[in-house]
Design a protein around this ligand. Structure first.
Ligand SMILES: Nc1nc2c(c(=O)[nH]1)N[C@H]1C(S)=C(S)[C@@H](COP(=O)(O)OP(=O)(O)OC[C@H]3O[C@@H](n4cnc5c(N)ncnc54)[C@H](O)[C@@H]3O)O[C@H]1N2
Ligand code: MOO
Length: 418
């Protein structure tokens, strides 16, 4: 990473602050994969980033086989046929039919040489050792061809792909027992603020329970990460600096929340400036204005704002892409769905991008319509809980009218299940 644009002014207007696009470009442009590569048993690789391309080593299925329980024959059939053999799934012996003969066959069993079609048993008439199949059955019906799922030699998955449950099925279907994947990114998390308290402790006026760390743990659980929890750090500049310097030696990422602005008791930014390099701080995004990104030696620093909604939104928008790239994954932008708004927002400040908490419901014509959580405060966890996604309002927009189109980003696009 090299430093490009450092922001020294803590009184920036939205116009001077980095835009969402610039922020993403800095993150994605300056980061590269740091996670190691390990070869693991297939069952241990779910949700990891692949570290090598996967080429199918053989056809799947390996042999032509029956899709149904029934009778195999060579189409077209002319009348009753003698049933000369019986083939079950897993039968490894070879079978051959002469023209006009049929084989009793079961789902998954190899189709015998000389046959190309299978009739479902429900559609057949059996008399003694002869079977009559539907005479108009098309050649190839109910026959699954070798390689019809995946042909040997085809490129199936590229390095940096995320292994999803269906990919696990594909790798197993090729007979792969071990897979090269990226190791988890080593992330240290901490919360900063004298007012913060661990859940379970006795609370007093002026204190708040630390909710960000539980939320961040859960969010990090959606990514291949190994999390070190450093707990709550008080507003003590020397302690913050010493902790960050120490932790940076053994982690790929330090993720903090709180203390990100430039209040007298916000020491995180100062610590980064002293120990390393700040690549961005202050963005024209709501919520999330004091989001920061920097480095201490080779350790990436990601500083989230303290307000829980801002921490959540910035995690999705910026931490997730950063962890993806550092982890050796391929980053893709979340899909944005254009939907009609069910609400009016007459005045929005121009020059900054806003992410409102929202959800979809069917409108009068059955199409999805976006609803917005009425209150905007970025301390309101209730809004995050009610929401199933973010409504994105770009910089140039100054109002939204009921029925107008807005972009909806479902949380599922960020790896969060409903
Ligand atoms: N004069 C200004 N004040 C503020 C500005 C500003 O630009 N000028 N920005 C506001 C915005 S926007 C945000 S967001 C917050 C973020 O500030 P910090 O990152 O420095 O966060 P704190 O001041 O430490 O905390 C803000 C708020 O969030 C609560 N908090 C912090 N950590 C946690 C946690 N782990 N769990 C639950 N709640 C937490 C904290 O108690 C505060 O209420 O600053 C605005 N102010
Ligand atoms: O932008 Mo702050 O990040 O709204 O709460």
């Amino acid at each position: 990473m090299t430093s490009r644009k450092l922001l020294k002014d803590c009184f920036l207007t939205d116009k001077d602050r980095l835009s969402h696009e610039e922020c993403l470009a800095i993150l994605t442009g300056r980061l590269s994969a740091v996670a190691g590569v390990e070869e693991l048993p297939l069952a241990k690789t779910s949700r990891r980033w692949l570290a090598a391309d996967i080429i199918a080593p053989r056809n799947v299925p390996l042999h032509d086989n029956s899709a149904v329980d029934g009778y195999a024959f060579a189409a077209p059939a002319a009348g009753p046929m003698p049933v000369v053999t019986r083939i079950a799934a897993g039968d490894l012996s070879s079978h051959r039919l002469e023209p006009g003969q049929a084989a009793r066959i079961f789902t998954g069993a190899s189709i015998p040489d000389g046959a190309d079609t299978v009739a479902m048993q429900e559609d057949c008439t059996v008399e003694g050792d002869r079977v009559t199949v539907p005479l108009d059955l098309k050649r190839g019906s109910n026959a699954r061809r070798a390689g019809e799922d995946v042909a040997a030699g085809s490129a199936v998955l590229q390095s940096a792909a995320r292994l999803r449950p269906q990919d696990m099925a594909a790798l197993a279907s090729f007979g792969l027992a071990r897979v090269k994947v990226r190791a988890p990114v080593r992330v240290a998390i901490l919360s900063n603020g004298d007012e913060l308290l661990e859940p379970g402790a006795e609370i007093a006026q002026g204190q708040v329970y630390d909710s960000n760390r539980s939320m961040l743990h859960a969010l990090l659980g959606t990514m291949p990460c190994e999390v070190t929890d450093l707990g709550i750090l008080p507003d003590n500049a020397a302690l913050i600096e010493a902790t960050l310097a120490d932790v940076a030696k053994t982690h790929d990422v330090i993720l903090t929340s709180g203390g990100a602005s430039r209040g007298d008791e916000d020491h995180i930014i100062n610590a980064i400036d002293t120990l390393g390099t700040r690549h961005l701080w202050q963005i024209a995004v709501k919520p999330g204005r004091p989001m920061s990104f920097g480095q201490i030696e080779d350790c990436v620093f990601l500083g989230l704002p303290g307000n829980p909604v801002a921490a959540f939104v910035c995690f999705l928008l910026y931490v997730r892409p950063a962890l993806t790239i550092l982890g050796g994954g391929s980053y893709r932008e979340p899909v944005r769905f254009p939907v009609a708004a069910s609400f009016d927002v007459p005045g929005k400040k121009p020059g900054r991008r806003e992410f409102w908490r929202g959800w979809l419901e069917p409108g009068d014509d059955g199409r999805p319509v976006a609803h917005k959580f009425a209150r905007d405060g970025s301390g309101l966890i209730s809004g995050l809980r009610k929401a199933t996604g973010l409504i994105e309002i770009t910089e140039s927009v100054t109002s939204v009218a009921r029925g107008g189109m807005v972009s909806f980003l479902p949380f599922s696009e960020f790896g969060i299940d409903s």
